[in-house]
Design a binder for this molecule. Structure first.
Ligand SMILES: Cc1cc2nc3c(=O)[nH]c(=O)nc-3n(C[C@H](O)[C@H](O)[C@H](O)COP(=O)(O)OP(=O)(O)OC[C@H]3O[C@@H](n4cnc5c(N)ncnc54)[C@H](O)[C@@H]3O)c2cc1C
Length: 416
């Protein structure tokens, strides 16, 4: 079936952000690859995602920034509020903060389609094979063999051989499970409900908003599509994060029920936003538990390694997962281009990326950006404040925000 199997250098399991950006990076360096994606047909699903400047640096290098900007919202500001609607802190973002790259809010499905179309246009229509689920890998005769199933029939199909296999198959990676069979996702009882609502812009229509804290109840709100129906309305992405203690299996597209979380936001009616109305206005609601995995000490096993969420799934509390997946892809492609021995390239990749991303995973648990809200909630005893400066200064809050940027590799001086 795959005549080029013997010639292909890299087999990629998973055609998400990591897999597709890896394919584009490899192609740009003249390295042959093929992507195997489990879903039979790629559709524009999902809700919003934020692309930070270091992620945009990588996407700009891949030449898709123009297409992304055309369908996204460029964030001007990030603003933090307590659950009484009082503004705690705000800061400019992206190029408004002096970065070389913007910060974008975008529909996840659109981002995915732009990457997929670029991969198909540049690498060829058959470079991304859909309906093929990776089930494992093994090594023989100086080659790696990727085992595959036909997703539609569930039947095994011919293995695909390559010099190396990169597992980009997300948080529930089948390939990672082969090396860590006992591992499970780590869930602290925080559940999220996500939706999109059409409405008039909030503030200037370019503000990323965090309200409340995980300890009580939290809401993240940002626009992802401008002027959606010609009436000036935006498509607003929102995420409600609630400590529930319930343990459920993570499934990206499980429908959410209003009754499970809306009552917690009943009194969130501020002079600048009616949160219950925003929630009730949503067309679709998805439920998703907040999960990550404990960092591991090894990703590379001979001719196989992990990238993106397969390598370092993290709590989505810092808008950082995609940027880290994009950086993995570029580092891997650079190393495979300069090092003829694939095993050496994959080991060097692990050395360059594992420690950095493990720190981010742990920081997303302990002190992500919304730690600002937690800190203020502690200082105010979870009550409205009259004079916040008496409790904590704006400079101290800025330091909390900047500390996260340093760990996550997007301090303004670093993103060049
Ligand atoms: C609720 C939530 C909100 C988030 N918000 C943000 C944000 O605002 N900004 C940000 O940067 N990041 C965010 N992230 C993180 C970001 O979505 C991930 O880090 C990013 O999608 C990782 O890309 P990936 O390609 O590694 O994995 P995925 O995007 O999960 O892609 C994996 C791909 O592999 C396919 N696949 C799975 N199993 C197999 C298999 N066995 N064989 C073949 N194919 C397979 C899947 O169908 C999928 O296409 C968020 C994550 C969550 C959960």
């Amino acid at each position: 079936v795959f005549e080029d199997s013997a010639m292909t250098r890299v087999a990629i399991a998973g055609g998400g952000i990591a897999g597709l950006s890896l394919a584009l990076n490899l192609h740009a360096r003249g390295i042959s690859c093929r992507v195997f994606e489990a879903v039979p047909e790629v559709r524009e699903i999902g809700v919003g995602i934020t692309l930070l400047p270091h992620g945009m640096r990588e996407l700009t290098a891949l030449g898709v920034h123009g297409q992304l900007r055309a369908v996204a919202i460029e964030n001007r500001e990030s603003a933090f509020f307590n659950r009484f609607g009082q503004r705690i802190y705000s800061e400019p973002r992206g190029q408004h903060a002096g970065y070389a790259y913007p910060e974008l809010g975008i529909h996840r499905g659109r981002l995915h389609m732009i990457l997929l179309e670029a991969a198909r246009a540049r690498l060829g229509a058959d470079a991304v094979v859909t309906g093929r689920r990776a089930t494992g890998v093994d090594e023989a005769r100086d080659r790696a063999a990727l085992h595959l199933l036909d997703t539609r029939t569930g039947e095994k199909v011919e293995d695909f051989e390559a010099d190396v296999v990169i597992a980009c198959d997300g948080i529930n990676s089948a390939i990672r499970r082969q090396f860590y069979p006992e591992e499970t996702v780590s869930f602290t009882g925080i559940n999220t409900w996500r939706g999109t609502t059409r409405r008039k812009p909030i503030f200037d229509g370019k503000t990323y908003i965090r309200i409340g804290s995980l300890t009580t109840c939290k809401m993240v709100i940002y626009p992802i599509v401008d002027d959606i129906d010609g009436s000036g309305d935006q498509l607003i992405n929102w995420v409600a994060e609630v400590q529930t203690g319930a343990h459920i299996v993570n499934d990206w597209n499980k429908p959410g029920q209003l009754a499970d979380f809306l009552p917690r936001y009943a009194d969130w009616k501020f002079d600048w936003l009616d949160v219950p109305a925003l929630i009730e206005g949503a067309t679709n609601i998805f439920e998703y538990p907040m999960v990550d995995k404990d960092p591991v000490s090894r990703w590379t096993f001979g001719r196989v390694t992990f990238a993106g969420d397969a390598a370092h799934p993290m709590y989505p509390r810092g808008s950082n997962g995609s940027a880290q997946a994009l950086i993995d892809a570029r580092v891997l492609a650079d190393l495979l281009a300069s090092e003829p021995d694939g095993k050496v390239a994959l080991m060097t990749y692990q050395q360059q990326r594992l420690e950095t991303t493990s720190k981010i995973v742990l920081t997303n648990r302990s002190t992500p950006p919304d730690f600002i809200n937690i800190r203020v909630e502690e200082l105010t005893g979870d009550r409205p404040f009259e004079n916040l400066d008496a409790l904590i200064s704006q400079d101290e809050l800025r330091m909390l925000s900047d500390r996260y940027k340093q760990v996550a590799g997007f301090g303004v001086a670093e993103v060049r």
